[in-house]
Ligand binder design. Structure first.
Ligand SMILES: Nc1ncnc2c1ncn2[C@@H]1O[C@H](COP(=O)(O)OP(=O)(O)OP(=O)(O)O)[C@@H](O)[C@H]1O
Ligand SMILES: [Mg+2]
Length: 274
């Protein structure tokens, strides 16, 4: 357990959709300046858990606490207004908007007075580019560029920079590195660390153990909607985490199995389908 007070906490949260139980008795918390990694295979319940924290779903039972007080998020907007920024896989950005517009979306700076107020494009662009650069993404220099022309990693970075700029306290990232190559994933992991240094509480889901180990302070492994393990940095090796995610099966055994099979198949002539 961290010595800091948790910003966000789940206590015994269940979530069902009709007869389907998706989350089972989840208790977790995250504090400022800490990265909580939610690990789990496809269908484990990671996105459902995130949506429950982001105001998309309401828990079927159990409690959500913010700063120690029981609370509920009526909608994604409600969660957002209370400092919970959720970034989905493609950064929630609009490809046909410029970087400057996208950064401010709905809260653009204006110039002029009363009915003569207009969008202050130069200012929006300058702030957006500055903030993204402060996150270490120095390749973005022109706020007029369309978001659609950015790489997946740059879009993620833009979305994270935006969340930090608008004062988010909790940053929730659902598989931000899943669709990225090695270099881009490294960029995103670096800005996750940057957000952590600025005191945000970060929740990061992934099924890539290496990505989790690069940034995580605290890890929870979800299997079929329940927490199968909950541990802190340094407590488990990469192999142990991978085995946990595979539901207790040893990855080394699985690999040996796959190798045996491919060996026993080699040497045979492919069968004709004709
Ligand atoms: N609205 C819903 N109604 C019924 N079942 C749902 C609903 N949303 C999710 N589920 C089910 O809950 C389970 C967990 O889904 P979820 O998307 O949370 O998994 P995940 O861990 O994010 O998986 P992935 O790694 O593939 O993104 C799945 O079996 C899914 O079919
Ligand atoms: Mg998911």
């Amino acid at each position: 357990m961290s010595s800091k007070k948790p910003i966000l906490e789940l206590r015994n949260v269940d979530k069902s959709f009709g007869p389907i139980d998706v989350l089972d008795n989840i208790s977790l918390n995250v504090s400022e300046g800490e990265v909580l990694c939610l690990l789990g295979d496809n269908g484990a319940g990671k996105s459902t858990l995130i949506k429950t924290l982001a105001g998309v779903h309401q828990p079927s039972s159990g409690e959500i606490l913010m700063d120690g007080q029981p609370t509920s998020f009526a909608s994604p907007r409600d969660a957002q207004e209370r400092g919970i920024a959720t970034v989905h896989q493609f950064g929630g950005t609009y490809p046909l908007m410029s970087i400057g517009r996208n950064f401010f979306m709905g809260s653009e700076p204006t110039k002029g007075f009363g009915p003569f107020k207009i969008f202050d494009r130069a200012k929006a662009n300058r702030i957006a580019v500055d903030e993204v650069q402060k996150m270490g993404i120095t390749r973005i220099t022109d706020g007029d560029r369309l978001v659609g022309g950015l790489s997946g990693g740059e879009r993620q970075s833009l979305a994270i920079a935006r969340a930090v700029f608008f004062g988010a306290r909790v940053l929730i990232l659902d598989e931000p590195t899943a669709a990225l190559g090695v270099k881009q994933a490294a960029h995103v992991l670096r800005i996750v660390n940057e957000a952590k240094k600025r005191g945000l509480a970060v929740i990061f889901t992934t099924h890539q153990v290496m990505h989790a180990m690069a940034v995580g302070d605290h890890f929870a492994v979800l299997i079929r909607g329940a927490i199968a393990a909950d541990f802190r940095k340094g407590d488990k090796s990469r192999e142990e985490i991978a085995d946990l995610m595979a539901g207790g099966e040893s990855m080394a055994d699985l690999e040996a199995n796959i190798e045996n099979r491919t060996e026993s198949h080699s040497g045979h002539a492919p069968q004709s389908n004709a």
